[in-house]
Write a protein that binds this ligand. Structure first.
Ligand SMILES: Cc1cc2nc3c(=O)[nH]c(=O)nc-3n(C[C@H](O)[C@H](O)[C@H](O)COP(=O)(O)OP(=O)(O)OC[C@H]3O[C@@H](n4cnc5c(N)ncnc54)[C@H](O)[C@@H]3O)c2cc1C
Length: 324
């Protein structure tokens, strides 16, 4: 029965790539997971339980964010180093331009290279809380494109950058923002990861515009499973992501009901991934907020199953000798 429906209408079978006659693009998708460095011992425990839970899914990489204004420099480094030491995962360290000179940023990058980290998510960064807008450091990298060039001088890192399907809020125009993305790719980035969005069309239209502008690298959709709707509304206002009315309606009356919120969140994210899969998308980046359950469930629905331990070992670099 499901085989008679167009792929965009086939519900979960299409999502898992299990119906006959699916396009090749529906092979097992690739996923990556994003974490933030923990502040307390309790948060550290939660993070590591999540890392261990998601590890067997064999993500392409896991990334660790860098706090606003570089505030988590040591914690980001420590988290990335522990991932390298204690797991089979390939870590990607986020790095930003904010509040540091070029020499300081280069030093952090060299430290990563020497530790064996080969993937950096290069960002301009947001100003620290309370600051009045973004001001480049007088001796710093002004924008992410400059940072990408600088990183390539330090070592031949794999570099991912941010992309904004709904346009970055400070951009002069959507076209100027796309030009900026192109500059980041031309400077050496090989993947863009998007800000989260909730309507698949927003992403698909953005990718179409990017392709037209000559951007050919993978543009991986950033998926945010919504666990705290009020917080998402607040954050979306700052980062320029639209929170659709239908999403607000789905979370109506659930403020005190964590369990139902989780079920709704998983359903929303799974449906979003289904629509993207139906359009041929084969790679997803999950903003886990250090919780494994939703990202694990959605990955499972996408057809991803635990793998034998260790298949990613060969993707890791021992490092230590070849600092750029
Ligand atoms: C996947 C992802 C991960 C993130 N991780 C982190 C993190 O770990 N830590 C953190 O602090 N933040 C993080 N952020 C947030 C990010 O730092 C902010 O969104 C920031 O405001 C923009 O970063 P960017 O790298 O896109 O900046 P840029 O690419 O430098 O662009 C910033 C703005 O400047 C404009 N612009 C660029 N170049 C020029 C120019 N020459 N002249 C004029 N305007 C210009 C762009 O159009 C855009 O509006 C992340 C965002 C995403 C999507």
């Amino acid at each position: 029965m499901t085989d008679e429906l167009p792929s965009s209408r086939r519900p979960l079978a299409a999502l898992a790539g299990t119906t006959s006659g699916e396009p090749e693009a529906l092979a097992r998708p690739e996923v990556s997971f994003e974490f933030f460095p923990p502040k307390t011992e309790k948060m550290e425990e939660i993070l590591w339980a999540s890392v261990k839970r998601l590890e067997p899914l064999g993500p392409r990489f896991v990334s660790v964010t860098y706090g606003a204004g570089g505030s988590t420099r040591e914690r980001t480094h420590a988290t990335v180093a522990r991932i390298l030491r204690e797991t089979s995962l390939v870590p990607a360290a986020h790095l930003t331009c904010v509040g540091s000179s070029r020499a300081e940023v280069d030093e952090v990058a060299r430290g990563y290279w020497q530790a064996g980290v080969r993937h950096i998510v290069a960002l301009r960064g947001d100003p620290p809380a309370g600051a009045d807008g973004y001001e480049p450091h007088p001796e710093g990298y002004a924008y992410a494109a400059d940072l990408v060039s600088g990183l390539k001088r330090v070592g031949d890192f794999e570099i991912s950058v941010a992309a904004f399907p709904e346009t970055h809020p400070e951009a002069a125009s959507p076209a100027a923002d796309l030009d900026n993305l192109k500059r980041k790719i031309d400077a050496g980035a090989s993947r863009a990861i998007t800000q989260y969005f909730f309507d698949a069309e927003i992403y698909l239209e953005f990718v179409a515009r990017a392709r037209k502008a000559g951007i050919t690298v993978p543009i991986v959709p950033g998926i945010l499973p919504v666990t705290n709707f009020a917080q998402v509304v607040k954050f979306s206002a700052m980062c320029g992501a639209t929170v659709p009315d239908w999403l607000a309606r789905l979370f109506e009356g659930l403020d005190g009901d964590t369990e139902t919120r989780k079920l709704v969140a998983a359903t929303v994210a799974a449906e979003q991934c289904r629509a993207l899969r139906a359009a041929g998308v084969n790679e997803f980046h999950f903003y886990t907020l250090n919780r494994a359950d939703l990202s694990y469930a959605i990955s499972h629905i996408l057809g991803i199953r635990p793998q034998e331990a260790g298949p990613r070992e060969e993707g890791k670099d021992a490092g230590g000798e070849t600092g750029g």
